[in-house]
Design a protein around this ligand. Structure first.
Ligand SMILES: Nc1ncnc2c1ncn2[C@@H]1O[C@H](COP(=O)(O)OP(=O)(O)O)[C@@H](O)[C@H]1O
Ligand SMILES: [Mg+2]
Length: 246
């Protein structure tokens, strides 16, 4: 199948980058920084998150994460809800943005399902893989940045971040052992798919983490030949100057 080894087949003008890792690893922080830096450089950027990213998918997010309404469904049906939400997000948001040639940054994607449903909930791996194929419909990230952090530090950050009056969501309530299993599961994915995945040490200062990420992103921008409005403007002015038509 085209695109199964990384590279968003069928929407391959833009650049698709996903951010993965445990709670508190710094995904939201780093996406915000990267989006700002890319926009300053003149690149069109779309930022989104999972589960969610479209009205339908945000509704699923609310049901699964913020209420106990989906708990009686059990992990298999819950995984199907996540898959339905993901496909809506892919078709309504991600694929159209890639077709427009944008850089799409998504906070959690298919690897979170592999890790949270596959590794933690112990769902049948054939079932998880089949759902993944349906959900992502060949839109595979060009680059997946896995922010690696010890569970204790991640939990410390996540607790410090949370409004003390807000209740913990389901995944935040779990213990350190569950977080450790997921950390290893993310690292295993990176080892199996080195062309797509890069592990970044997230325990350092945000600036240092951002520098590593910027370097990785610059590499894929170059590889895929993504142009910014600045580079286009520069090229136009050079061409204009060259043939006297400016
Ligand atoms: N490198 C870092 N060092 C220390 N604190 C950080 C770092 N990156 C993020 N934080 C803080 O930790 C908390 C969680 O970060 P966040 O970006 O929301 O993580 P995630 O989206 O992965 O759950 C936030 O309060 C954030 O300001
Ligand atoms: Mg976040």
């Amino acid at each position: 199948m085209a695109g199964s080894d990384g590279g968003s087949a069928g929407a391959d003008r833009g650049l698709f980058i996903t951010f993965e890792g445990g709670d508190g690893a710094g995904k939201s922080t780093q996406i915000r920084r990267l989006a700002g830096a890319l926009r300053r450089d003149g690149y069109p950027v779309t930022v989104s998150r999972e589960p969610g990213g479209t009205p339908g998918a945000e509704a699923v997010r609310h049901v699964v994460l913020d209420t106990s309404a989906a708990e009686p469904f059990g992990p298999y049906l819950e995984a199907m809800l996540f898959a339905a939400a993901r496909n809506d997000h892919v078709e309504q948001t991600i694929r159209p943005a890639l077709k427009r040639g944008e850089i799409v940054l998504v906070d959690r994607f298919m690897d979170s399902t592999r890790v949270y449903q596959g590794a933690s909930e112990n769902l049948d791996s054939n079932f998880v893989r089949a759902l993944e194929r349906v959900a992502i419909a060949d839109v595979v990230p060009d680059l997946t940045i896995i922010l690696d952090l010890s569970p204790s530090e991640g939990l410390r950050r996540a607790h410090a971040r949370r409004d003390p009056n807000a209740p913990a969501d389901r995944f935040e309530k779990e213990d350190v052992a569950a977080h450790e299993i997921r950390r290893q599961a993310f690292l295993d994915i990176a080892e199996r798919e080195p062309a797509r995945c890069r592990v970044v040490d997230a325990s350092r200062e945000p600036e240092d983490v951002a520098k590593d990420i910027a370097r990785l992103v610059a590499g894929v921008i170059e590889k895929k030949g993504i142009a910014s409005s600045r580079s286009a403007a520069m090229r136009d002015s050079l061409l204009g100057a060259g043939d006297g038509r400016s």
